[in-house]
Each structure stands twice: as C-alpha cells, then as structure tokens.
Design a protein around this ligand. Structure first.
Ligand code: NDP
Length: 295
C-alpha cells in the first residue's frame, strides 16, 4: 500500500512509518521541510494528491511545548496546524481522480469532558465545552468528505508514551533524580497509550478494509489509571521514589491555566470500538509499557 502521512516526521509519525515500512508499505511524508520521500504542503495544494492508497494526518504544533507562552498567537498555531493541514489533505482527497481507499486522522481524547468518575466510549458525547474539545470538533469536522469513497477513521489518542519524545521525555529527568511525583491531586484520570499501540491502531485502521468511524486510542487499562498511579509506576520502573507532588499552581504557572487543564484534569476513556474492531494491544498494562520505555 502507498501511504501519504502528513506530519509523519514527528514522534508518532516516526513509529508509524517504521511499522508501515516493516509491513511492506511505501510511505511518503507531507512536511514543512524538504527531504527524501517527502512532499511539501504547498506542493500538495498546487499539484494535488500523489497517487496513493491511503492518507494519514498526524500534523500539529506541540501543544505542551513549555517554551511557548499560551496566548492568542500560539493558540491560532495549535488550531491551524491541525485544522488547515487536515482541510488541505481532505480537499486533495476529494479532488483526486483516483481517491485513496482509506483516510485516517489522529486527534485527542480532549474531546471528552474531564471527570473523576464518568467513563467515555467512542459513542459518548463531547466536543463542545472548552478550547481543546472544540479544537477536536473542528479538527474532525475538517476531515469530513461527503460522498467520498475513502473510508474515514478518526483515532482519538490519549497521552502517547514512548522513547525519545512526547510527554514522557519531559518527565523522565525529574523522576530519574527522584524528584518526580503526581501532578496536582494526582486523582485525575490519566488516559495513556504506548506509541507502538497507537502506530498499531493506525496501521490496523489502514489495513482493515471495512473499518470506519471513531476509535479511542487508549490502552484497555487506561480507565483505571490515575495521574498518581502513573507517577508511582514510572518511579517504580526507574527504581526511584515518587514522593514529591507538583502543586497545581506550579503546573499552571509553567503552562498557563487553560493548557494546564490537560495535565491537572483527565478523562476515563474506554477503547470499546478499538477492541471490537479486533485490535490486540501490545501493551495493555502500564507497568509493562513503562518498563519497555525506560529499559
Ligand atoms: P509532533 O509534535 O511530533 O509533531 C508532528 C508533526 O507535525 C511534526 O513532525 C511536524 O512535521 C508537524 N508540525 C508541527 N508543527 C506544525 C505546524 N505549526 N504546522 C504544520 N505542521 C506542523 O506530534 P506527535 O507525533 O506527538 O503527535 C501526532 C499527532 O497526534 C498530533 O496531531 C497530536 O496533536 C496528536 N496527539 C498526540 C499526542 C501525544 O501525546 N503525542 C496525544 C494526543 C494526540 P514537519 O516538521 O515535518 O512539518
């Protein structure tokens, strides 16, 4: 299969590309930077979709970049890097003489309202209560192509855990020094997925000829994982204590109050359709996932 991946140079994209190539698929990235097996977003807009069997979009400015102040300019970039890239790919698919068979978008579980108790499946409502939920709604709406023969799949991902990037790369050094701990109360749910499983779900979505709709990209044990449990398990995997909670005000000071919600609140998300679709998780349990990452 020839697969075109927007944002394929990033943390998730590198894992997906490796997996797809190992399974014999050809991968081309859409990127802001030139290079081998890449096309630019401008080229895509002007020349249309290159001949391909499937399209994936993973592009998006890193929301949790602690070096970027949470203000209007950054918010606009966070939105446009997701919604505009998705629109560009959707338009290219809609205009293609030979449309691809599959079109997969990765969004986030920020679609569901944070709660200590509620559990959400792919059928649960959301998408209309804060910045992140509305972002996911417009991102997913941008992917819709009425009447297209391309199967549409949206994977709503939790926090992606893996080596060499993502949220864990910023947490590892304080935990290695024994200075890690839960964020805020630590009671908030921590929806997570191992990077190999997120890449695996996207690949499963591309290869399963009848699959379409929403898939939650979280591990099956994710609904039972709180931020406090995560801190304890990460510390245990590193053989260090996790005694020092990070107060909510400190998280808000670094990230800004609106963005800090992503860390201080969370959702219990169940991968119901993902499991029903026949996907088998490589890392269903947190301890195994973390041992793999920090080993
Ligand atoms: P990365 O931060 O690694 O970025 C992915 C790619 O997006 C980059 O390699 C870059 O490609 C492109 N990109 C970055 N900024 C911009 C911009 N301003 N305009 C256009 N393109 C841009 O993301 P991840 O791989 O971690 O995540 C992939 C997708 O999954 C993202 O959309 C993210 O929101 C979503 N997601 C990720 C989670 C996580 O924990 N990592 C959790 C939930 C959802 P290039 O430089 O080649 O143009």
């Amino acid at each position: 299969m020839r697969v075109l991946v927007g944002g394929g140079t990033g943390f998730v994209g590198r894992a997906l590309t490796q997996l797809l190539r190992s399974r014999g698929h050809e991968v081309t990235h859409v990127s802001r930077q030139g290079g081998k097996d890449r096309i630019s977003w401008e080229e895509l807009s002007y020349s249309g979709l290159p001949l391909c069997d499937a399209v994936v979009n993973l592009a998006g400015e890193n929301v949790l970049n602690p070096f970027r102040r949470w203000g209007d300019a950054f918010c606009r970039e966070v939105i446009s890097s997701r919604v505009e890239t998705t629109k560009t790919l959707a338009k290219a698919i809609a205009d293609a003489e030979q449309p691809p068979r599959a079109w997969v978008l990765v969004t986030g579980v920020g679609y569901y309202r944070p709660s200590l108790t509620a559990e959400y499946t792919e059928d649960s409502p959301g998408g209309d209560f804060d910045f992140f939920s509305r972002l996911v709604s417009s991102w997913e709406a941008a992917a819709l192509i009425p009447g297209s023969p391309a199967r549409g799949v949206v994977v709503r991902s939790g926090v992606v855990l893996g080596r060499g990037g993502g949220a864990i790369s910023q947490m590892l050094w304080p935990f290695r020094l024994g200075l890690g701990g839960p964020l805020g109360s630590g009671l908030q749910p921590f929806p997570w997925i191992h990077i190999r499983d997120l890449a695996g779900i996207v690949c499963h979505a591309l290869e399963s000829e009848c699959l379409q709709g929403i898939l939650n990209g979280v591990s099956p044990s994710s609904p039972a994982t709180s931020n406090g449990t995560f801190a304890q398990e990460l510390a245990a995997a590193l053989g260090r204590p996790a005694l020092l909670p990070v107060p909510a005000w400190a998280v808000q000071a670094v990230f800004g109050a609106e963005r800090a919600i992503m860390l201080l609140e969370g959702q219990r998300v169940v991968p119901k359709h993902t499991l029903e679709s026949g996907y088998h998780f490589i890392f269903p349990d947190l301890s195994g996932a973390l041992r793999d990452i920090v080993a």
